[in-house]
Design a protein around this ligand. Structure first.
Ligand code: ATP
Ligand code: MG
Length: 574
């Protein structure tokens, strides 16, 4: 490809509304353009990378015996009513009416459609196991679309659905997909981890997520530093502290705390550690009332754990500030568990603290030296916090380490949830009708591209792993338009590359070398060859790998052998 004929649309300035590096670089490199919140076009450069991701996925899915098909975005409401999800799904599901006033939605996922296909096409156990997959556009009306294509409203997913006659079969299909995912993420050349996960709105039991590791990741994942344990932090049990609570010390006392609303304010203002302060959160109860959740000041609430508590509304909703002061008589910043008068759950670690600081349920007042069992009743203790670095691993081996990850894939065992509700039964060996066992397997195709950048970049731009690079090699001639020898040598090299089927970008734009170099670095091409009049006169070419600090001068007559070495699979024939 000649850069002059390729729509290279790089930007010099970092777009102000792009918060994370992958979003900035995707815009700057001219890979994507935004039309509305969470809605993007993929420009030719971006699409080349997207296609690489898709191709690897497609090859490995085919290899694993899955069959590609293509399902519609527009989905009739009837199917969602059959599965029961028309009412269960929140506003993420984009609902609409067609011109005949019939309800429909734009698919956020395809369990309903694929189950409808299955029940029409398959009637016997002999046709199983079966795994249908597609690479297709999804729509989810995300409450906060952000970070470019990382969390967009329209995005491309690879989704696969397996069907088996029994639970063992489903387990086998799941393991085949697990292995296919390992192959796929290995081939991407990304640093990733498979972790056990919550099944969320899709339902079912066993599930695993695949995370690309990156500091900017939205998810926290916990690993045992010794054992096999690895899970999304959402699901990890925090064990109760092994040591007993110390006996109370001094008398409880109310102190004035004007302007101290947060744990940080309190810890600074009263000169205590955050661990010594109680964080009291007020959430909605399932009967319109309120429930209090108390955590140690240095711990974070785990919403998934909290919304499973008896009496707490699910999904979890924090109470509004006005509602709190109206019902509890003080501002949220001064709420505490002593004399609160509503159902209160206390995290195990918080219940192990004595002589603590907490809100006194009066504006601008806190208690110090408060104690469970002395100043109030012994608390109702539960596990409602996220684990932290150094917590014991729940499998009993070693301590937990926390890393950040980007969820790029998710595999589930669905069981008979959809096949039963949608009556997709088939005949088993005895001629009896049974509902098949399903699994579903997603990869966020567009998110993979952003995650790859999040993990692989430097101050100059993107550093593509070879398998995802839009071009393998950049040829950068200096003074291509002014120097006949440079032009000749460049064209010769370009032809050689084309003959080898190399994905090469010849930067023949009439631009200063500095601009050409920085563009090639920005878009992350793994290898760069520079041809200049001075180099040619000395019978040399210049080579620089994208990760190298310095360029090297190499003999021109070794160029062909150099390409052979760089791309052993694409050696010149003959
Ligand atoms: P998340 O927790 O990030 O919202 P999810 O668990 O809802 O994702 P799944 O239903 O498991 O997502 O979808 C399969 C894959 O699709 C995810 O692993 C993720 O890579 C991708 N994905 C989901 N939502 C989005 C989105 N809004 N933008 C881009 N990719 C997405
Ligand atoms: Mg998921």
């Amino acid at each position: 490809m000649r850069a002059s004929r390729f729509h290279l649309a790089t930007l010099k300035e970092t777009p102000v509304d792009a918060e994370i590096i992958s979003h900035q670089l995707m815009l700057r490199a001219g890979m994507i353009r935004r039309h509305a919140a969470g809605i993007y076009s993929w420009l030719p450069l971006g699409l080349r990378i997207l296609r690489k991701v898709e191709q690897i996925i497609r090859e490995e899915m085919n290899q694993a015996g899955a069959l590609e098909l293509l399902m519609p975005s527009f989905q009739p409401a009837e199917l969602w009513q059959e599965s029961g999800r028309w009412d269960q799904f929140g506003p993420e599901l984009l609902r609409l009416k067609d011109r005949h006033h019939r309800d429909a939605c734009i698919g956020p996922t395809h369990e309903e459609i694929v189950t409808d296909i299955f029940r029409r096409e398959v009637n016997s156990y002999r046709q199983l196991p079966l795994n249908f997959y597609q690479i297709q556009t999804k729509f989810r009306d995300e409450i906060r679309p952000r970070f470019g294509v990382m969390r967009s409203r329209e995005f491309i997913m690879k989704d696969a659905y397996s069907f088996d006659i029994d639970r063992d079969g489903m387990q086998r299909s799941y393991e085949i997909m697990d292995q296919a995912y390992i192959n796929i993420f290995d081939r991407f050349g990304l640093d990733y981890r498979a972790v056990s996960a919550d099944s969320g709105a899709i339902g079912g039991s066993t599930s695993q997520e695949f995370h690309v590791l990156a500091d900017s990741g939205e998810d926290a994942i916990a690993f045992s530093d010794q054992g096999e344990f690895a899970a999304n932090i959402e699901t990890v049990e925090a064990l109760s502290p092994a040591i007993e609570r110390a006996a109370p010390g001094m008398e409880m006392q109310a102190v004035d705390t004007p302007g101290m609303y947060t744990i940080e304010d309190l810890a600074n203002g009263l000169d205590v550690s955050a661990q010594q302060c109680m964080k009291t959160l007020i959430v909605e109860a399932d009967d319109n009332g309120l429930v209090a959740l108390v955590l140690r000041g240095d711990h974070d609430l785990n919403a998934l754990k909290a919304e499973k508590l008896d009496g707490v509304a699910s999904p979890l909703r924090l109470a509004q500030r006005e509602q709190i002061s109206a019902s509890l008589g003080s501002d949220i910043g001064s709420i505490g568990p002593i004399g609160l008068g509503i159902k209160t759950f206390v995290d195990h670690s918080a219940a192990a603290v004595s002589d603590f600081v907490c809100g006194a349920n009066q504006d601008d007042k806190h208690f110090v030296n408060a104690n469970w069992g002395r100043d109030c009743e012994e608390p109702l203790t539960v596990d409602i916090r996220n684990v932290v670095d150094g917590d014991p691993s729940p499998d009993g081996s070693g301590q937990l380490k926390i890393l950040r990850g980007i969820e790029v894939g998710h595999i589930f065992q669905l069981g008979q949830k959809y096949s039963e509700s949608m009556q997709a039964s088939i005949l088993d060996e005895q001629g009896k009708g049974v509902a098949p066992f399903m699994g579903c397997y997603g990869i966020g195709v567009t998110r993979v591209v952003a995650a790859a950048i999040e993990q692989n970049h430097d101050e100059h731009g993107i550093i593509w792993p070879a398998a995802l690079a839009p071009f393998q090699l950049a040829i950068c001639p200096i003074n291509y338009h002014k120097s006949e020898p440079v032009k000749l040598a460049t064209e010769k090299l370009y032809q050689q590359c084309l003959e080898r089927d190399l994905e090469v970008l010849l930067d023949d734009r009439a631009l200063r070398p500095g601009v050409i170099f920085s563009d090639m670095e920005l878009i992350g091409i793994p290898h760069r060859i520079v041809l200049s009049e001075r180099g040619l006169a000395a019978q040399q070419f210049e080579y620089k790998g994208r990760k190298d600090d310095k360029a090297q001068e190499l003999p021109l007559d070794e160029l062909s052998a150099f390409l052979d070495k760089l791309y052993p699979d694409q050696c010149a024939s003959g």
